[in-house]
Write a protein that binds this ligand. Structure first.
Ligand code: PLP
Length: 354
């Protein structure tokens, strides 16, 4: 039976990407060698890395604008400390819009005081804080574009007087933005890009070199830039698969085209949540994420029936995160609209049964 995979991450990838990636593990492009048994210094892999790096910049509209793309290891969580090590001299401002943002704050606090410019912790992060000021004399401002756990998404970004750093782990490549407003963008691959194991980091080179501390080589963006994202052995499979997804995205028409699909999927999902009296959305309506829809079932007595129906329809991974409860439907780029239709049908069938 066809499965409908709503996983929040690691999550769904296009089937053609999975097929090509799995073939490359056995035989890379007819070379007779596996992708994972060739040297990362071979021409075949250097070309893959360079293609992945340039596709990332091209799709974000950042080519020729002073940015470099890196594929690093350690997940987005390592970026929480790398950002601070590379940019934090005196003080930084952070927007506390969810528990990933709070984790970024915790890591940066190891190096210096951090100022929370705004927080929505008071309401279990069900909205995006607004109306905050960013102090002009700070080193940088950090925000999280999409809060995976709570299903909230920043629709607007502040006109930051200082460098802006953004964790885009769960909505990278999903919507058009002026990406030049950011100085550092980072995103773990495992939602819209590829398997876990690599993190895309896009750095505007002129924000670097301003801190007085010594930075360990593996933590230093400049070292990775100078070495073409090959300072040490890169996660070859994750980078290759990410490259395939970026090629797929380009074939779809790029971010603008996929954004239209993402909007259709989200519209379908949220209209069911709002019209069906059995369900209630978690996130504030104006801040709802196009990627992760969070909702609760109002009548606990229907839980078992609903979950059996979900299973019978081949729907997987719609359980909410433990800190929110209820359900979460993650609708990343590769999720077909038909999967959303199936979920919405199950929800409306439950209403007719209740
Ligand atoms: N930031 C956000 C917004 C996330 O959703 C996640 C993981 O889901 C992370 C950071 C942590 O990423 P990683 O597990 O790659 O360290």
């Amino acid at each position: 039976m066809k499965k409908h995979n709503f996983s929040a991450g690691p999550s769904i990838l296009p089937p053609e990407v999975l097929l090509k990636a799995s073939q490359a593990v056995v035989d890379l492009d007819g070379s007779g060698l596996s992708l994972i048994e060739i040297s990362h210094r071979s021409k075949a892999f250097v070309d893959i890395m360079e293609n992945a790096r340039s596709l990332a910049l091209e799709l974000l509209g950042l080519e020729g604008k002073g940015y470099k793309a890196l594929f690093l290891q350690g997940g987005a969580s390592t970026q929480f400390l790398m950002v601070a090590l590379n940019l934090l001299e005196k003080r930084a401002g952070y927007l506390n819009s969810g528990s990933w943002a709070a984790k970024a704050i915790k890591e940066a606090k190891i190096y210096d005081d951090i100022y929370e410019v705004g927080s929505s912790k008071d309401a279990n992060y069900n909205y995006i804080p607004k109306g905050y000021e960013i102090p002009e004399d700070y080193d940088y401002f950090h925000c999280t574009s999409n809060n995976t756990i709570y299903g909230t998404q920043m629709k607007e970004f502040p006109n930051s007087p200082i460098p802006m750093v953004c964790d885009m782990s769960s909505d990278i490549f999903s919507r058009t933005l002026d990406f030049t407003q950011f100085d550092i963008i980072y995103a773990g691959a495992q939602k819209n890009m590829g398997p876990a194991g690599t993190t895309l980091v896009v750095v505007k080179e002129d924000v670097l070199g301003k801190v007085s501390r010594k930075i360990p080589s593996m933590m230093d963006y400049k070292v990775h830039i100078d070495k073409g994202s090959m300072f040490n052995t890169p996660p070859v499979f994750a980078v290759y698969t990410s490259m395939l997804t970026l090629e797929w995205l380009k074939e779809q028409g790029g971010i603008a085209a996929i954004e239209k699909e993402n909007e259709k999927k989200a519209r379908l999902m949220y209209s069911e949540i709002d019209l069906n009296p059995l369900f209630k959305g978690f996130a504030a309506k104006s801040d709802r994420s196009l990627m992760n829809a969070t909702f609760t079932l109002e009548n606990e007595n229907l839980k078992e029936t609903f979950e059996t129906m979900l299973k019978e329809a081949g729907i997987s991974a719609v359980n909410g995160h433990r800190s929110v409860g209820g359900y979460r439907a993650s609708m990343y780029n590769a999720l077909p609209i038909d999967s959303v239709k199936v979920l919405v049908e199950v929800m409306s069938e439950l209403e007719s049964k209740a």
